[in-house]
Design a protein around this ligand. Structure first.
Ligand SMILES: C[S@@+](CC[C@H](N)C(=O)[O-])C[C@H]1O[C@@H](n2cnc3c(N)ncnc32)[C@H](O)[C@@H]1O
Length: 279
């Protein structure tokens, strides 16, 4: 197993991350090094992006790329990187409300428990952006009448699967990456939930309308989605927008305000932010 690490200064971190996620959608490890951020991807030799790909991707922002071969304990390190996500109930005596765990972890006793194989596509629950979406989804589940839901940029399907498990129906999951669509179908079957997963590129075609939309995408895609909603059609009644850096949240909130979606809640975790917007 190879670990390919890329260090960039914080000001260019977003560009580097967006490009790395395109090249390695199954997830990126993030290490905070003060003024620098290190992003690392893991893979077998031949599976990882090559150095010229990375240089082209991040251009001026490139600080350093390094490759290291992992010792025999790489599988343990891979597992340590993919820790389960547990969202606790407000009452500490109650069982956790939601857990997302890799298949090798024993059940965690949560009310809603989802199994996601981290080898397949982005979205193990471990990333702050996914976690923020799941937190806001749980808050919605407490108050919203649940109906049709669209998961835009579904990755592994973790959010769509959680939505079905929490009572939304029917759930449609869309991603432009065929591997993500396939991973979502496989993960839905593993978790015994019914949903539809299909390929679609929000930059090239209109996205299906739904009263509730989850969009864990990076800033440029969220801005594209906001522009697309400006065209005639029904904006969602509720939108969870995640994948934003804290300093980008105002700009994205304004873009959605322009199409009639008002910010109801903002949550932050480290450098990441997510918005709950309603019509
Ligand atoms: C940050 S991941 C989110 C994955 C998962 N929903 C989660 O929350 O963990 C963003 C996803 O958006 C997808 N994506 C990127 N560009 C897209 C586009 N133009 N149209 C549709 N999906 C796109 C990527 O393939 C990726 O799976």
């Amino acid at each position: 197993m190879i670990r390919l690490a890329l260090r960039v200064d914080r000001a260019h971190a977003e560009v580097a991350l967006a490009e790395l996620l395109e090249l390695a959608p199954s997830g990126v490890e993030e290490v905070d090094l003060g003024d620098l951020v290190e992003y690392a991807v893991y893979g077998a030799p031949g599976e990882l992006p090559t150095l010229p790909d990375l240089e082209a991707a991040v251009g001026d922002a490139l600080v350093a790329v390094s490759t290291s071969e992992l010792e025999d304990d790489w599988d343990e390190r891979w597992k340590a990187f993919h820790q389960p996500l547990v969202l606790a109930a407000a009452d500490p005596a109650a069982p956790p409300r939601l857990a997302v765990r890799p298949p090798w972890e024993a059940p965690l006793g949560a009310v809603t428990e989802i199994v996601i194989d981290p080898a397949q596509a982005f979205g193990t629950g471990a990333h702050a952006t996914t976690r923020l979406c799941l937190e806001l989804l749980l808050a919605l589940a407490d108050e919203e009448a649940r109906g049709p839901l669209l998961d835009l940029g579904c990755g592994s399907g973790v959010l769509a699967i959680a939505a079905v498990a929490l009572g939304w129906e029917p759930v449609l999951a869309v991603d432009y990456d065929p591997l993500s669509v396939e991973a979502t179908r496989v993960n839905a079957a593993v978790n015994g939930v019914a949903l539809e997963a299909r390929a679609g590129d929000l930059r090239r075609e209109p996205m299906p309308a739904a009263p509730t939309v989850l969009a864990n995408l990076l800033r440029p895609l969220l801005l594209d989605y906001a522009s697309a909603l400006a065209a005639p059609g029904d904006p969602p009644a509720t939108l969870i927008a995640s994948g934003l850096l804290v300093h980008e949240a105002d700009e994205v909130a304004s873009a959605f305000a322009a199409v009639g979606l008002r910010e109801r809640e903002r949550r932050e975790r480290g450098e990441w932010a997510a918005l709950l917007l309603t019509r």
